[in-house]
Structure formats: structure tokens, C-alpha cells
Design a protein around this ligand. Structure first.
Ligand SMILES: C[S@@+](CC[C@H](N)C(=O)[O-])C[C@H]1O[C@@H](n2cnc3c(N)ncnc32)[C@H](O)[C@@H]1O
Length: 268
């Protein structure tokens, strides 16, 4: 006799646990489980609050399955906009750096779209470095561990076409108000950007001009509220800056290139 379809029970359990997209999540859990026992285990972990991506072990990002591991920032769909902007700005990029790489999703997506590139990713957190190595290996990417630019090989100075840096940008006072999935499962160093959320961005902007190739771009994600300050920081760092906005994703990406001009007004 065929076993009863587990879907309704899985959907009901997910819904009762507060999962907004219960049907979609149920399909993913059902596809991931090879046995009823595995399904019960996945469902148990999800309904106890583990982020879906950590239950599955991967996150979807620009059509890729990016491996995610416990203690590593889960790449957000919103950040796909940053990748799209980098590709639009420097379509022929041959040297790409994913600074503050976390899982390496941004670098992997850039390399996937660009074809053969010299790809470097870097993060201060050893768990992120380990995870990123798994995601960029297929593109021949190298992952370095260390504090921002200190991690990068000197030979990259002046050669970087795309410097993508999805830095932590949550103001310290707002970290406690993040959804529990972020607060409880992602490391503070991946979230907390200091008093105004822009501490790491300031340091990245200050160093970027030494690493960018002529015509290269620095791309950083911020919140809408942070855009005016971020533009001013880029300008103070000798970068000509503009902002790109995606209403669809509520994403704001500040884009800078070496050579000063006064910060432009937000373009939509
Ligand atoms: C918001 S997460 C973004 C991760 C990834 N880029 C993404 O979009 O999914 C920020 C990352 O910055 C890293 N980080 C924070 N401070 C750093 C520093 N001083 N040097 C290098 N990495 C840093 C964290 O470990 C974390 O992985």
C-alpha cells in the first residue's frame, strides 16, 4: 500500500511554527529528505527555529546553490542586486575580490556570470573562510583569512576590477531588533557595523583606491538611511560615488570608482 502523502502534515507543522512560506518550504524539505526519518529530522530542526538554509545546507543565490554552514552569514536575495550592479558596471572584469565574503556567495555569483576570472575572497572569520572555500573552488577562487585588505596578497594592489564588499552594516543598537533567525544563528561580527553601522564601510572605502584598477569599482550594500553618509564617506576617501536602488529588493548599493567628484544625489 502506498504511504500517505506527508505534505499536509509538513505544511501544517511549518505553518504552526510561524513559517510564512510553509508550502514552499515543505517542498524543499520533502525534496531534501531521502527517508521519512530524515524528513522528521529536517522538520524538527526547522520548526525549532533553525533558518531554512541551515536546515538544507544551502541557499539559493542568483541561480546557484551556495553551501552554508552553521555560524556563517546566510546570503540574502537582496544582495543579488549588488552582483547585478557589478556586472553592469564592469562587464569585462578579470580580477574580482569579494571582501567580507561570508559564504563566498557574491564572489561565486560574479565568477559564474563573468566566466574565467582571477577570484579572491577574504573574511576575518575562520568559519566563513572554510565555507567560502567550498563555494569558490569550482571557479579557481582563493580564499584568504584576515582583517579586510590585510588578508589580500600584495600583488592585487592596483589590479582589482570589481571590489565587492557586503560588509556588516547594522547599527549596534539595532542588532537586538533583528529577526531571531539572524540574531540567534549568525555571528555578531557578520551583522554589527558599529554605532551608525558604517564602521567597516569606512575602513573599506579608505583602503579601496590602493587596490582598484583604473576604472575599477567598489560596491557596498547599505540601508536607505545610510546612503547619504556612505556617499560622503566614499567622497572623503577619494572615490567618485553614486547609489543604485532596487525597489523590488529594498536594496541600496553605493558604487565608487577612484577619482574624486562630489557625491551624486541618489538615482532611482
Ligand atoms: C553581512 S556578512 C556578508 C557575507 C557575504 N558577503 C554575503 O553577502 O553573504 C559580513 C561578513 O563580513 C565579515 N567581516 C566582518 N568584519 C570583518 C573584517 N574586519 N575583515 C574581514 N571580514 C569581516 C564577517 O565575518 C561576515 O562574514
Amino acid at each position: 500500500m502506498p504511504l500517505p502523502d506527508p505534505r499536509p502534515v509538513v505544511v501544517a507543522a511549518l505553518r504552526a511554527a510561524g513559517c510564512v512560506f510553509a508550502e514552499d518550504e515543505a517542498e524543499l524539505l520533502l525534496a531534501a529528505a531521502r527517508t521519512p526519518g530524515e524528513l522528521a529530522d529536517l522538520l524538527d530542526r526547522r520548526t525549532r527555529g533553525l533558518p531554512l538554509e541551515l536546515v538544507l545546507g544551502w541557499a539559493g543565490f542568483r541561480g546557484l546553490r551556495v553551501t552554508v554552514e552553521p555560524g556563517v552569514f546566510v546570503p540574502r536575495r537582496r544582495t543579488e542586486f549588488l552582483v547585478g550592479q557589478a556586472l553592469a558596471q564592469v562587464p569585462g572584469a578579470s580580477v574580482v575580490v569579494d571582501l567580507c565574503c561570508g559564504s563566498g556567495a557574491v564572489g561565486a555569483a560574479l565568477a559564474d556570470a563573468l566566466g574565467p576570472v582571477e577570484l579572491h575572497a577574504a573574511d576575518i572569520d575562520p568559519a566563513a573562510v572554510r565555507c567560502a572555500r567550498r563555494n569558490v573552488a569550482r571557479y579557481g577562487g582563493q580564499v584568504h583569512r584576515g582583517d579586510l585588505f590585510e588578508a589580500l596578497p600584495d600583488g592585487l594592489r592596483g589590479r582589482v576590477d570589481v571590489l565587492a564588499a557586503n560588509v556588516p552594516y547594522v547599527p549596534t543598537g539595532e542588532v537586538g531588533r533583528l529577526p531571531a533567525e539572524a540574531r540567534d544563528h549568525e555571528p555578531l561580527i557578520a551583522l554589527d557595523g558599529g554605532a551608525d553601522g558604517l564602521d567597516v564601510l569606512r575602513r573599506v572605502a579608505a583602503g579601496a583606491a590602493h587596490w582598484l584598477a583604473p576604472g575599477g569599482r567598489l560596491l557596498v550594500e547599505t540601508s536607505e538611511r545610510q546612503v547619504p553618509t556612505a556617499l560622503a564617506i566614499f567622497g572623503d576617501s577619494g572615490l567618485s560615488a553614486r547609489v543604485a536602488v532596487s525597489e523590488e529588493w529594498s536594496a541600496h548599493v553605493v558604487i565608487g570608482t577612484p577619482g574624486f567628484s562630489p557625491p551624486a544625489a541618489p538615482a532611482r
